[in-house]
Design a protein around this ligand. Structure first.
Ligand SMILES: [Zn+2]
Length: 388
């Protein structure tokens, strides 16, 4: 039995492109014997990974059943934990959100408070959507700090007191009874945008500009985490013409985040006598057409653009997506980014470069957390194991 169904995962991988196929199509695509395809397909059908769909007319004129991947076969629990908010969702296996919950919750409350809220929210959302824990393929969590993806533990996260080396995956896994994957919030945002809007793009950079600034890199369709999982942490790159007196919480001066992050812009607005505590308040001022706020956001765009210009020359992406709260400033922010990227990178690197804001807005994080789980749970060897 095990040997016969081994390889069924490969069939599922073929069907995951969204097209339904007949048995004959699958025989042709895999080069396998018709009987082998039959055994594997039956195993997938039995567990609900694949469903029969409509009838195609075969070459013999006889109607042949075609088969399609079933995104409703299981569900995924996905969370995006930010500095000041938390969002939880139940999704299907296409990262489609079935139900979600959002709350104002500071990550600084500590792991047991925040993860406790999350475990309760997941339990309620499962009930709300009529699903059980047995149907959960996995849990994906994004955290606003550096994370070891391998162990699921945060590593010296600057804005997350009490979280250093906390076993997030183990804590949630024991309560929810499902495997848990953890990554930093910008990486899951990059995955979410790539998965949903530009899956055929090979090289992209997702830049989050909120309270902090960071980036996630997709290369050859995969997330590039780097040796220690710290790839893309551009918030502490020094801005060339930065004021040397601007201190960053990391201890250095002139960091991009200390100059163009949400808190930095809010502080500068306060200096000009405008009430603003954070990125959200800065955006409110931009929406109210406050000239000082618009000018600050444009300048922030140019600062981010300076750093991105180096990345474009180094990495040659075809798309840069800007997300995070300040992305809501839209063209005011993009104008500054584009100005610097296009003027400071070589024409070959920018010839087909697209720079735009995220199309998924606030949901990009939970969609990416779900995508992270789905890619792992539906990998062909993982499917073979569930069938064995
Ligand atoms: Zn810094």
């Amino acid at each position: 039995m095990t040997t016969d169904t081994a390889g069924a995962g490969e069939l599922l991988t073929i069907l995951r492109d969204g097209r339904s196929r007949t048995r004959a199509d699958l025989v042709k695509l895999t080069g396998l014997a018709r009987s082998t395809v039959g055994v594997r397909l039956d195993a997938l059908l039995k567990q609900g990974w694949v469903v029969p769909e409509g009838e195609a007319v075969s070459s013999g004129g006889r109607p042949a059943v075609s088969y399609a991947f079933n995104p409703e076969a299981r569900v995924v629990l996905a969370a995006d934990l930010g500095a000041l908010h938390a969002r939880a969702a139940v999704t299907n296996l296409a990262a489609g959100i079935l139900a979600e919950r959002r709350t104002e919750l500071a990550i600084a409350e500590g792991p047991e408070t925040v993860l406790g809220w999350l475990a309760d929210a997941f339990t309620e959302l499962l009930e709300e959507t009529g699903h059980t824990r047995e149907e959960v393929s996995g849990v994906g969590v994004g955290l606003p700090g550096p994370v070891s993806h391998e162990t699921g533990r945060p590593i010296n996260p600057p804005i997350m007191p009490g979280w250093d080396d906390f076993d997030v995956a183990g804590w949630l896994g024991s309560r929810l009874g499902a495997p848990v994957l953890v990554d930093n919030d910008v990486n899951i945002m990059a995955l979410g945008e790539h998965w949903s809007t530009i899956r055929d793009v090979e090289h992209m950079i997702f830049v989050k500009i909120g309270t902090g600034i960071g980036s996630g890199l997709i290369t050859e369709h995969r997330l590039h985490r780097g040796a220690q999982g710290a790839a893309g942490d551009i918030g502490h790159v020094r801005v060339a013409d930065a004021d040397p007196d601007v201190m960053c919480p990391c201890g250095n001066t002139g960091c991009l985040e200390a100059i163009a992050g949400g808190n930095a812009l809010a502080a500068r607005l306060r200096v000009s006598g405008i009430e603003a505590r954070n990125a959200g308040d800065v955006i409110a001022q931009v929406r109210a057409a406050e000239p000082a706020a618009i000018s600050l956001v444009r300048e922030a765009g140019r600062n981010v653009g300076d750093v991105l210009a180096s990345l474009v020359s180094f990495f040659n992406p075809s798309v840069i997506v800007i997300g995070g709260e300040l992305a809501e400033a839209g063209e005011h922010l993009l104008a500054g980014v584009r100005e610097r990227v296009y003027s400071r990178s070589l024409p070959l690197a920018t010839a087909n470069l697209q720079i735009r804001v995220s199309r998924l807005g606030e949901q990009v994080g939970v969609i990416g957390a779900a995508a992270m789980v789905i890619d792992e749970a539906l990998a062909s060897d993982a499917i073979d194991r569930t069938l064995a």
